[in-house]
Each structure stands twice: as C-alpha cells, then as structure tokens.
Design a protein around this ligand. Structure first.
Ligand SMILES: Cc1cc2nc3c(=O)[nH]c(=O)nc-3n(C[C@H](O)[C@H](O)[C@H](O)COP(=O)(O)OP(=O)(O)OC[C@H]3O[C@@H](n4cnc5c(N)ncnc54)[C@H](O)[C@@H]3O)c2cc1C
Length: 431
C-alpha cells in the first residue's frame, strides 16, 4: 500500500494524479519548479506601441514580464512554449477541452471512461455564436461552405464570467477558465502539500528502487523521500529529470506545431473574443481562428498591421515524434519534410478560407511554435496494462503527456489528465 507519494509538477498530469491519490488516503507532496501563478497584469499591455516599433525585442521578453510563460528557441525558426507555474501549461491554455488519443487507441489504450469523468468534473461548454466577433462568424461560414465541417470548440470555461478579452494565454483575470489549480485547491491542506520553487533535479535510486528526489529550492538542494515518485513535469521536464538520473528516455518529442496565418480586416478586433471559438479537423491538423498574441507582439513580419486589423487563423499540426531531450537537458527538434508538406496543405486551405471570408492580404505566417509536449517516455503496446514504461525502476511512475507516443494536432490537456488518472488508479491497484 502507498502511504506517501511525491508528485513532481502540478500541471494537467500532476494535479490529476495527486488529486486521485489523495482521494484514496495517500499523503502527497507536490514539488513544483515554478512560482504560484498569477495572470499577466493587463496594465503592461500599454507598452504595445513599443512592441510595434520593435523595442521589446523577441518573444523572450514575454518571460520577463510574465515569468510563468517560458519560451525557448528549439531552432532558428521554432519556438517552444511552456507554463512553468502552479497548474503548469493549463494556466496559459485557451481553455479548449477536446478528446484526443492518437497513437494510444492504436496500441489498445481506451481512455473514454477517463475522458468522460474529467469532462464531467470540469464542465464542458462552447462559446455561444452571439459572443463570436463578426469575423469569426464569417470565417466559420466560409469553412462550412468549403466543407471543412467546422464545429464550436469544447471549452472548459465559465461563459458568464468570461469578458472576451482574448488573452487566455496570458492567464485569466476573471478565473473564468478552468485550469489544474482547481484540482490543487481541492487537495492542498487535505492530504496534499504544495511546494513551489522546487525544481527537481533527479530521482534517488537505492538498491534498484526509487526512494525519493533531489530538488533545488530557494534555500539550496535538498532530498525528499516517499514510498513512490510520480514524474509529471511535462514532456520536457520529465525527460530532463530521467536523463539526469541515468534512466533512458525516447527521442520521440513532439510539440504540435502551430502556425497562424495572418491577414487583414479593417476594425475586425479579433482579440475581443476567447481564441479558437470553433475548429475544423482534418486528418493531421486543425484549423481555428486565433489572434496569436505572441506573433502580434514579437513577430517582426506582423508589426506593420495594428492589432485591431489583424486576423489570424491557426493550423495546429500533428508533427513527427523526432525531438530529443539531451543529456545536458537541452532540446533539439527539427521539422521534417513530411511536417512541412502537411503544414503547407493546411496553410493553403486556410488562406482560401480567409479569402472567402473577406480577409485581405498580404497573408503572412506568424511565429512557428509548439506547446504540447509529449512522446519522451511513451507507452508501448506491452505497457498498456501496467501503465508504466518498462525502463522505469520500481517506485517510479510517469503521469503526464510524455506517455503519449504520437502528436495529436489537437488540444492535449484532457489527454494529459486522462493518462494521469489511469496511472493513479493503476498505482493504487498494484502498489
Ligand atoms: C500557450 C499554450 C496554450 C495551450 N492551450 C491549450 C488548450 O486550450 N487546450 C488544451 O487541451 N491544451 C492546451 N495546451 C497544452 C496543454 O496545456 C498541455 O498539453 C498540458 O498541460 C500538458 O500537461 P502536462 O501535465 O504534461 O504538463 P504541464 O501542464 O505543462 O505541467 C508540467 C509541470 O511540471 C513543472 N515542472 C517542469 N519541470 C519541473 C521540475 N524539474 N521540477 C518540478 N516541476 C517541474 C512545470 O512547471 C509544470 O507545472 C496549451 C499549451 C500552451 C503552451
């Protein structure tokens, strides 16, 4: 039986696994690298004219204003985005809650029950059409006419509280959007303790069994021990800890590449609504209206057009599982020719859609970026029953998006959470 558990990371996976363990009487210590979350102070948006003049530099600047959102360049043209804070990347999400299980169903893992349970817990809705901006409505109609089968995006959102500021990725000031902190609030002080600014470096292995972790705190490095350790530090964080512990990972990092095509429509004010009100799903990507705040602020080719006239539609692509987390913790990831080919198809349909909706040119691509990080500790067909990749020693579990072998090209927080719920139940069954 498990009495004490250490959960590393407090995002979609970490908060879910911790909640489930606490509900079954386990004492849980959650170690989180980031600081407690607070949304970006909206007064800082007044510096937008400086961004247009290029005085704010690159996307790295956002992290100085808003340390919870961390950007890093994976290559010259590819930016990785992560939420490093309580609640992890869910705090900077757009609130989309969509079922995605590509690569898992194929190996025999059916997460339907977990998806349903989490959807019921969180409460799923869609944004009513009357709250969409006119341009989003026109884009939807154009997508419909082009037989793209658009549908309102399922959202973990309290519509009454949402003020349509369009800045979900900078944190919700109104607490209208669900994020994993709601699971943490349920359990902290009632079986769980949350320790922020605790960056776990490695796991401690004794006699072939994992006994605890070594963590860097503001007061220095310390060791924390428990019956089991659950890594839920995300596709990159979990792999970094495993690498530092000498435990193998897979060079299968995927990021769900996002590229937003920007066009012009005078006075469209696309920012005056929650992003991604609808989406159209193709085999390897989705298309969805998206103002793309990072590109508006930091992408040089977009600077000439003021934000009130900028219209963006994203292609979110299921990219190849080919990225690596290296021994020193750095990340390498290149787009393949297959990724580029699919992306071009998606962008070409997107441009047709935008033109049909009356959006004008020039059509310019936004920043290439990805923030759905998985595939570094993937489940193989033989792991489906145990929910534990074979290289993990006794006492060590993984409960985040790292477990998903393939990119989704779809929102992923429901998947990360569902995987973590299944892992927690397996732990309670076998430990
Ligand atoms: C800008 C953006 C928007 C998004 N929008 C959506 C959306 O609308 N819908 C959707 O479904 N998905 C969205 N996603 C993706 C989704 O948020 C993630 O896929 C999901 O949160 C992944 O869950 P996770 O538990 O694997 O990682 P995370 O939620 O990222 O949690 C990992 C946690 O581990 C912590 N951590 C990392 N390293 C360490 C360490 N060494 N020690 C201790 N703690 C550590 C991090 O600080 C973080 O709290 C978005 C992502 C981004 C970046």
């Amino acid at each position: 039986m498990i009495s004490t558990a250490i959960v590393v990371g407090s995002g979609a996976g970490g908060a879910t696994v911790a909640r489930e363990l606490v509900r079954h009487g386990v004492k849980v210590k959650i170690l989180e690298a980031g600081a407690p979350f607070s949304p970006l102070n909206r007064r800082l948006l007044q510096v937008y004219p400086l961004a247009r003049l290029g005085f704010l530099g690159t996307e790295k600047t956002i992290t100085r204003f808003f340390p919870h959102l961390k950007t890093s360049r994976l290559s010259q043209d590819l930016v990785m985005v992560r939420g490093l804070t309580t609640g992890g990347s869910t705090t900077i999400s757009c609130g989309n809650m969509v079922r995605a299980d590509r690569g898992l169903r194929e190996i025999g893992l059916d997460l339907s029950a977990e998806f349903k349970e989490i959807e019921n817990l969180v409460g799923i809705t869609t944004i009513p059409r009357e709250k969409w901006t006119p341009i989003t409505q026109q884009l939807f109609d154009a997508a419909f006419d082009l037989n793209l089968n658009p549908a309102p995006t399922p959202k973990a959102l309290n519509i009454e509280k949402c003020i349509s500021c369009g800045l979900c990725e900078l944190g919700c000031q109104e607490e209208a959007k669900w994020d994993a902190r709601s699971f943490l609030r349920e359990i902290v002080g009632k079986g769980a303790s949350l320790h922020t600014k605790n960056k776990v470096k490695n796991v401690i292995v004794e006699g072939g069994k994992v006994k605890g972790v070594e963590t860097k705190t503001p007061n220095g490095t310390t060791k924390v021990f428990g019956d089991v350790v659950v890594l839920a530090a995300g596709g990159v964080g979990t792999a970094q800890i495993l690498k530092a512990s000498g435990i193998p990972t897979r060079d299968g990092l995927w990021i769900d590449l996002v590229v937003t095509l920007g066009g012009i429509s005078e006075g469209a004010y696309q920012l005056k609504e929650a992003p991604m009100a609808w989406y159209a799903k193709k085999e390897n990507y989705i298309i969805s209206p998206y103002p793309d705040v990072l590109s508006v602020w930091f992408h040089k080719p977009w600077r000439k057009v003021p934000v009130k006239n900028r219209v963006g539609v994203m292609v979110k692509l299921a990219d190849a599982s080919n990225g690596k987390v290296l021994e020193d913790g750095s990340i390498s990831k290149e787009l393949t020719s297959g990724d580029i080919e699919e992306l071009e198809k998606g962008l070409s349909i997107t441009q047709r859609l935008m033109e049909k909706a009356g959006v004008g040119d020039p059509f310019l691509r936004g920043m290439f970026n990805g923030g759905h990080l998985g595939g570094t500790v993937p489940l193989d067909p033989g792991d489906v029953d145990s929910m534990k990749p074979q290289q993990l020693p006794e006492g060590l579990w993984v409960a985040d998006l790292s477990l998903a072998p393939s990119s989704q090209g779809m929102p992923t927080m429901l998947l990360a959470s569902a995987l973590a719920l299944r892992v927690a139940r397996k732990m309670l069954e076998v430990c």
